[in-house]
Design a binder for this molecule. Sequence first.
Ligand code: SF4
Length: 349
Amino acid sequence: MPTPIKSLSFAAIYELCEQLGQPKYRADQLIQWLFVKQASSYDEMTNLPKAFREALAKDYPLIPAKLIDKQISNDGTRKYCFELADGARVESVGIPVFKEGSDGDLRSLTVCFSTQVGCPMACAFCATGTEGLTRDLSSGEMVDQVAFIQDDFNARVSHVVSMGQGEPFLNYDATIEALDLLNSKKGFGIGARHITVSTCGIIPGIERLAEDPHQYTLAVSLHSAEQVIRDMLMPRCSAQTLPQLKQALQFYQEKTGRRVSFEYLMINGVNDTDAALESLIEFSRGIMCHVNLIPLNDVDHSAFKPSSKDMITHWKNVLTRVGIETTIRNSRGSDIDGACGQLKNKLLS
Ligand code: SF4
């Protein structure tokens, strides 16, 4: 049974090239063609020996991801749904920030990419969480999302964040392989400080990232610093308690000296109470952090509704007053099925 080449990890591609009797630099060239130059067939790879290309084409077909749907928001955000070689579907988002007063000149372009097909974490507020995990993405399938969006905007991607579908730390090796190519000068040249790994708080992953030499930015989807509420919102995180999470974050900071971002979806009447605010302040004590308050996207049929603007502003003011740097993040693309999993679920329903 042929194996699509893009489903292999970079490590597996190096091994395969070795098995086919090729030196390491050939594997480097092949990875360049596949993921940086985005070749659509082996015929394009003219600096690779013909016999090598034929051997690859026979057993490892090159099947590029297919764009299934694209939606463009009024604010310029573009949301994509891709079909992979095995028919699995993933979503990614391109988020442009325009220069003030310009006619569409970009100041930055952020890509939010997926790391898994579906997600096993079952967060209660998340459309992807309802479908469970289908499979992990390969490193190349992650990079392809970024490359496609770069082409589609015809502009250099300046920032990437693994905040699409899936939990990156449950697919750690492939995620780091992808980030390393995105960071590498021979790849996409995106600075490590502009690369964010977002996790719902998988402790072994945080500990591994603390030791990673690249020092990518860490964002933790906290959503509540009250154990009972967090367990309800993020049931599969419950084995890793908030005190354990805090300890892991302090370890990460000792090792890297880097600030952590806390993502906090503001949900009306659930995690926006006075007690919730006090708990967040207490949790943040002793951690160098930046809190992003994010109004929940209003999803059809969801029991959860966004907090009021006044409440979110109140939280920002209180957090800032006690010395916690806080930003209210505008929800981008909310008019185009912006919440994770929504677009794909709509296409499948
Ligand atoms: S919010 Fe993230 S971690 Fe939670 S279910 Fe959705 S994709 Fe998975």
